[in-house]
Design a protein around this ligand. Structure first.
Ligand code: MEZ
Length: 550
C-alpha cells in the first residue's frame, strides 16, 4: 500500500539518528528509579488532574460541592433534552424486564449473563446509540489482566491495582475484580476468543505499567476487537434484541422512586419512544470525547458522559468524577492520527520512552499517571522534546528496541495493528521510533456501585467505564477490559434477579421536573442541555494540539 505521507520531516532526522545511536547503550542500561518524592512532585506539577484550573465544584444534586472537570460539571448543570410535560407516558412502546443502555462491552456482557442465568432473550433489550459493539471496548488494543500464572495470584493483582489507584479504590470492588478474573478468560475462550499462546500452549503474559508480575493477556494488538467480535456473535446467536442508533435521553421512574426504564430517542428517525423495564443497566461508557482540558483522546465518538448525566438527575451518586486518565502514549505525529492510542503493549514488548537526545528519562513501566506526568515534564519543563509543525510536543517511543530485544519479526506479529497504522504514513516502526504525548484515555471515576453492580437508586444498575471505585484515581492497563467483563456479568445477574421480584408503579418523569427546580434554586442560568449524545466539532471549542500544560 502506498503511504499517505512520506514519514518524518527532515528536521526531525537528527534527533531520530541520536535515538538510533543510543540504542546499544540503552540495551545495557537499567531503568531509571524514581523515588516517591519525585513521583509526587511530578504528579503535582505536571499531571493535568492535579491542576485546579479546569475543574469546578458542582452546584447541585447528590455530589453538590464536589470537584468535576468543567466540561463534566457543565453537563451535570444542564437542562434535559425533553420537557417532561410534553412526554406521553400512557403509551408504552417497549415493555421489557431488563433494559440495557449501551451496547459496548459492558452492555453485551450484562445481557449475556442475564440470559445465561435464566432471562428469556425477548425479556432483555439492548439500546445502543451507535451500532452494536461500537464503543471504547472494541478499541482497546493491549489486553486484559488476569492472575493465572504459577508465580502470580489474585492477592498480588489486588495489591498492584490498589497501589496503582493510590489506595483510593473501593476494596470490595477490587476484590471482586481480581478474584474472578481467571474465570473471565475461560469464558472468553469458550466463546472463541483466541488469546496469544506460547509454543508449548501456555498463555503468553506480558508486563504493564504498575504491575509486579507478567499478567497481561492479549490477542496480538487487536484484543478489544477480538473480544467484542465474540461477544457480538454471542448476543446475535442468542437472539437478544438490540435497537441501534437509539439513545436513552432520560431515565423513567415510577411513583415509588424506582427506575422503570427510559425515554429513548431514535437518532435516525428523531422519534421518541417510551421503554418500560423492571430493571435498567447503564453501560454507556465514559467521557473521553469531552476533551477535558483540551486534550486529544483515544476514545470512541460515543464517549460523551451520557450515562452520568441521566443517572445524576435520577439521584445516583458519583465518585472520583474529577479523575481522568491520560494514556502516556498517544500519537503526536503525523497530524492525521494525533491523540490516537499507541498501545501500552508497545512498551510491554520493550519499546522505551526517550527524549530528543535518545536518553531514557523514565521507567517504561510506571503507572500511567506517573508515566504521563514525567513525559509532560520532559516536554514542557526540561524542553527535551520534538515539536511538530502544528506546535504539538512529543517524546520518542523507541519501537525498534522491541526487535533488538525480542527478535526480528516481533512487531509485524505482535503489533500488526500498530505497524499498519504507521506504515500508512510512511513510518516503519521496526526501524524508526514513534512520536508520542499523553492523550485522554479513560474516566477513572463514575457512578457509585456495589459488588452486585447496584447503584443507590432502586432498579438502576451500572457497569463498565460509567462507574467509579474499581480503579480509584488511576487505572492500570488491562483492568478496564477486565472491569467491564466482571461488572457487566454482575450487573446482568443482579438486574435479572431484581426484575423477578419488583412491582412497578405508575411511570413518572417528576425527577426531571425536580432537577429543573434545583437548577433554578442554584441560580444556574444556562442554555446547555444534556445528555450530549455526540461530540460537536463544529462549535467554538475546537481541540488545540498545542496544549498549554504549564
Ligand atoms: O487498558 C487499557 O487502557 C489498554 C489495554 C490500553 C492499551 O494501551 O492498549
Amino acid at each position: 500500500m502506498s503511504s499517505l505521507i512520506e514519514g518524518y520531516p527532515e528536521y526531525m532526522r537528527e534527533s531520530i539518528e541520536a535515538v538510533a545511536r543510543s540504542r546499544d547503550r540503552r540495551l545495557k542500561e537499567t531503568f531509571p528509579l524514581i523515588d516517591l518524592k519525585e513521583r509526587e512532585k511530578a504528579l503535582n506539577q505536571f499531571h493535568p488532574d492535579y491542576k485546579t484550573e479546569g475543574k469546578r465544584r458542582v452546584r447541585l444534586g447528590p455530589n453538590k460541592g464536589d470537584l468535576a472537570p468543567t466540561e463534566v460539571a457543565d453537563l451535570l448543570e444542564a437542562h434535559s433534552l425533553i420537557d417532561p410535560r410534553e412526554i406521553d407516558l400512557s403509551t408504552i412502546d417497549l415493555d421489557v424486564d431488563i433494559l440495557i443502555i449501551g451496547g459496548g462491552g459492558a452492555g453485551m456482557v450484562a445481557a449475556l449473563w442475564a440470559n445465561y442465568t435464566g432471562a428469556e432473550p425477548a425479556s432483555i433489550l439492548i439500546v445502543q446509540k451507535l451500532r452494536l459493539g461500537d464503543a471504547n471496548s472494541v478499541m482497546s488494543q493491549g489486553g486484559i489482566q488476569a492472575a493465572d500464572r504459577p508465580n502470580d495470584n489474585p492477592a498480588i493483582h489486588y495489591l498492584d491495582t490498589i497501589g496503582g489507584g493510590h489506595f483510593t479504590n473501593d476494596p470490595e470492588l477490587v476484590r471482586a475484580l481480581v478474584m474472578e478474573a481467571p474465570s473471565i478468560l475461560r469464558w472468553h475462550e469458550e466463546l472463541g476468543v483466541v488469546y496469544d499462546r506460547e509454543q508449548d500452549g501456555s498463555m503468553t503474559t506480558l508486563e504493564c505499567g504498575g504491575t509486579s508480575r507478567k499478567r497481561l493477556h492479549s490477542c496480538r494488538d487487536y484484543t478489544g476487537l477480538e473480544i467484542v467480535r465474540n461477544l457480538r456473535d454471542e448476543v446475535e446467536n442468542r437472539n437478544i434484541p438490540v435497537i441501534e442508533f437509539t439513545a436513552a435521553i432520560e431515565l423513567l421512574m415510577d411513583e415509588y422512586g424506582q427506575v422503570a426504564g427510559a425515554v429513548l430517542y431514535n437518532m435516525e428517525t428523531q422519534e421518541y419512544h417510551i421503554a418500560r423495564s423492571k430493571s435498567t443497566i447503564l453501560a454507556t461508557g465514559g467521557f473521553g470525547r469531552l476533551h477535558i482540558q483540551g486534550y486529544q483522546t483515544t476514545n470512541h465518538y460515543g464517549a460523551t458522559a451520557d450515562g452520568i448525566a441521566i443517572a445524576y438527575r435520577a439521584g445516583a451518586r458519583l465518585r472520583d468524577i474529577d479523575s481522568v486518565q491520560y494514556h502516556p502514549t498517544g500519537a503526536a505525529y503525523p497530524e492525521q492520527i494525533v491523540g490516537l492510542l499507541v498501545t501500552e503493549k508497545v512498551r510491554s514488548l520493550g519499546a522505551q520512552p526517550v527524549n530528543k537526545n535518545g536518553d531514557l528519562f523514565v521507567n517504561p513501566f510506571e503507572p500511567r499517571d506517573v508515566e504521563s506526568a514525567m513525559i509532560i515534564r520532559e516536554c514542557y519543563e526540561r524542553k527535551n522534546s520534538i515539536e511538530t509543525t502544528t506546535g504539538m510536543r512529543g517524546i520518542w517511543l523507541d519501537s525498534p528496541m522491541i526487535e533488538a530485544i525480542q527478535g526480528e519479526g516481533t512487531i509485524r506479529t505482535a503489533l500488526s495493528a500498530m505497524w499498519r497504522l504507521y506504515n500508512r504514513f510512511g513510518i516503519d516502526m521496526t526501524k524508526e521510533p514513534l512520536l508520542v504525548f499523553p492523550t485522554l484515555h479513560y474516566q477513572n471515576g463514575g457512578i457509585v456501585i456495589n459488588q452486585r453492580g447496584e447503584t443507590r437508586v432502586p432498579g438502576l444498575f451500572a457497569a463498565g467505564e460509567v462507574t467509579g471505585g474499581v480503579h480509584g484515581r488511576n487505572r492500570l492497563m488491562g483492568n478496564s477490559v477486565l472491569d467491564y467483563n466482571i461488572f457487566g456479568r454482575k450487573a446482568g445477574i443482579a438486574a435479572k434477579e431484581y426484575a423477578e421480584k419488583v412491582k412497578l408503579g405508575k411511570l413518572t418523569l417528576n425527577h426531571v421536573a425536580k432537577y429543573e427546580e434545583l437548577l433554578t434554586e442554584a441560580g444556574i442560568e444556562t442554555l446547555r442541555r444534556s445528555p450530549m449524545l455526540l461530540p460537536d466539532y463544529r462549535g467554538e471549542k475546537t481541540v488545540s494540539h498545542a496544549l498549554t500544560v504549564l
